[in-house]
Design a protein around this ligand. Structure first.
Ligand code: ZN
Length: 134
């Protein structure tokens, strides 16, 4: 199987079966994100434990890239502290914009690397990270 084909499968799977989808209640923080270029909308609710994201959920609707990216992000950041999450986002952003080509140990998030061929879709893929940051 071609790597791009594998990546496409991962994205379609996460779009069809989003992980951590819904609302977390009670929650400590809530943020909404909107990507007007595509119409993607997201709401993230999360619970903190000290500096760590103890648990989080997302809900909303949008294109496959935005939904799959949010689904994979929730899996990647759960249980992590804010410094680790920030560093992860830097690497994902570099991957998406083609400034970094180290897919190594980004796990499933690397499947979004195809987005760099479509600059307009980068905002779809990063919406969840900006929302999490907010
Ligand atoms: Zn989109």
């Amino acid at each position: 199987m071609q790597l791009t084909e594998l990546y496409r499968e991962v994205i379609l799977d996460h779009n069809k079966h989003p992980r951590n989808f819904g609302r977390l209640d009670p929650h400590d923080a809530e943020a909404k994100g909107h990507n007007p270029l595509c119409g993607d909308r997201l709401t993230i609710t999360l619970q903190r434990e000290g500096d760590r994201v103890a648990d989080l959920r997302f809900e909303g609707n949008g294109c496959a890239i935005s939904m799959a990216s949010a689904s994979m992000m929730t899996e990647a950041v759960k249980g992590k502290d804010s410094a680790t999450i920030h560093a992860l986002f830097q690497r994902v952003h570099a991957l998406l914009t083609g400034q970094g080509d180290s897919n190594a140990d980004l796990g499933k998030l690397a499947s979004l690397s195809g987005v760099r061929e479509f600059p307009a879709r980068v905002k779809c893929a990063t919406l969840c990270w900006h929302t999490l940051n907010a």
